[in-house]
Design a protein around this ligand. Structure first.
Ligand code: HOZ
Length: 428
């Protein structure tokens, strides 16, 4: 066991002011027991806590840190940018530079708008889709998580799945009624919902690779099927690429699978570790956004110069040739070795991987949707998690999240992690 005296003290203090002592539920470790280390520093693949413990980090701030912690180029640019001022609430050239970079990687985003989080991006995209189609209903997938706005907090993944919550109190039933939910990877169910609600569904919103019920890959033809259904019914297809954008490929899942959505939501990596989100897509749709059109959406910190700076530097690094091949090779080999460790241990578990995203589900059945993800043994996961933490591996504290590899993880880091994983599996 690690000495966590200072973290324990800080958690008790934090709990006086912050619900659960945290600002985002999964961080409280409720699903895995124990208490969370309070972090003070990150460098490369490593995190350091207030008790001086060091961890190899597989959370990577839940996705943004594809370059690892404190990448020198991003940090240097940020230090310079700070001296120019931290927020103007006015237009800057940085937003144009950033928009160009995003558009080059995601040509489907002909126009875009920067916001301050992924939640804001999806919430705004939904509003826009409703306005454009003049329809109210939204179709999402069971276990899909698109941030915590009312319309999307229905049968959601991530923390909602972690705590096994039914739909959240505070979401009016009348709002929730406008959201219909289908099982992921189930095209007949989607077709049936469109049949049952003719001319009423404004959009399908989907994580093209699900990463908030743990990682679940789209079945062959699933995304193409969604594209066909939306096209033939006059609904829009919204790809939530907040996690997959700039991670699975420079052009996200849409480049990888060759599907062009009408609208795309981004966040995480495009902020290089600072708060940011973006939504964008077809020009004719985006022209409905105020001040060009009537759909209102605004934000004091939207296009914030520090966030734009971190995003620009991050995307520039990612645009170097060979980067995604390097990340894929590393992740592929790590995935193979994980499977070997699982086999050696005899534990019923399996790895779902999509590029540098992966989840170890504690079940021997394939995980293809939220119902199969839920069959995972969360008690075994909690033991596994605690085994890792005590061995200096910071893994996502929930069965229903993705673990993230970064370009900063070295072969030596991954060997250390595999040893810890083997030992942690052995005690289940
Ligand atoms: N909902 C986030 C992961 N999918 C968690 C964010 C956080 O706790 O920082």
């Amino acid at each position: 066991m690690k000495d966590m005296t200072n973290s324990r003290r800080l958690l008790i203090e934090a709990q006086q002011f912050l619900p659960g002592g945290v600002d985002s539920p999964v961080r409280a470790f409720k699903a895995v027991g124990g208490f969370p280390p309070f972090m003070v520093r990150g460098k490369g693949s490593r995190l350091f806590d207030v008790d001086g413990n060091e961890y190899i980090d597989f959370v990577c701030s839940w996705g943004p840190l594809i370059l690892g912690h404190s990448p020198p180029t991003v940090n240097a640019a940020l230090k310079k940018a700070v001296d120019n001022g931290t927020s103007f609430g006015a237009a800057t050239e940085l937003e144009i530079i950033m928009a160009r970079l995003v558009n080059r990687a995601f040509p489907s985003m002909e126009m875009l708008r920067f916001v301050s989080s992924g939640t804001e991006a999806t919430m705004s995209a939904i509003r826009l889709a409703r306005a454009f189609t003049n329809r109210d209903m939204i179709l999402k997938f069971d276990g899909g998580y698109h941030g915590h706005s009312d319309s999307l907090l229905v049968k959601a993944g991530s923390g909602v799945a972690t705590f096994g919550l039914p739909d959240s109190p505070g979401v009016p039933a009348s709002f929730a009624r406008e959201t219909v939910v289908a099982p992921y990877n189930n095209l007949p169910a989607v077709t049936a919902m469109f049949k049952a609600n003719p001319g009423r569904i404004a959009a399908i919103i989907v994580e093209p690779v699900a990463a908030n019920m743990g990682v679940v890959n789209p079945a062959p033809g699933f995304l193409k099927g969604l594209r066909d259904i939306t096209e033939s019914s006059g609904a829009l297809l919204i790809f939530d690429e907040v996690i997959s954008g700039f991670r699975l490929d420079f052009g996200g899942a849409q480049a990888l699978f060759g599907i062009k959505p009408d609208l795309t939501c981004l966040g995480k990596i495009i902020g290089g570790g600072l708060p940011v989100g973006a939504y964008g897509g077809r020009r004719d749709i985006m022209q409905m956004i105020s001040p060009l059109g009537p759909v209102y959406q605004a934000g004091t910190l939207s296009g914030n110069p520090l966030a734009m700076t971190a995003g620009i530097e991050t995307i520039k690094e990612l645009s170097q040739s060979g980067i995604y091949e390097e990340l894929e090779t590393k992740s592929y080999e790590f995935g193979l070795k994980l499977n070997e460790e699982i086999k050696k241990s005899g534990v019923k578990a399996r790895v779902n991987r999509a590029g540098s995203l992966l989840t170890i589900f504690f079940t021997d059945q394939p995980v293809t949707d939220y119902a199969s993800a839920r069959k995972s043994d969360t008690v075994a996961f909690a033991k596994f998690f605690q085994g890792l933490l005590s061995r200096g591996i910071y893994w996502p504290p929930s069965q229903f999240e993705a673990a993230f590899l970064s370009l900063a993880h070295t072969d030596a880091d991954l060997e250390i992690a595999l040893k810890a994983i083997g030992e942690s599996l052995a005690v289940i």
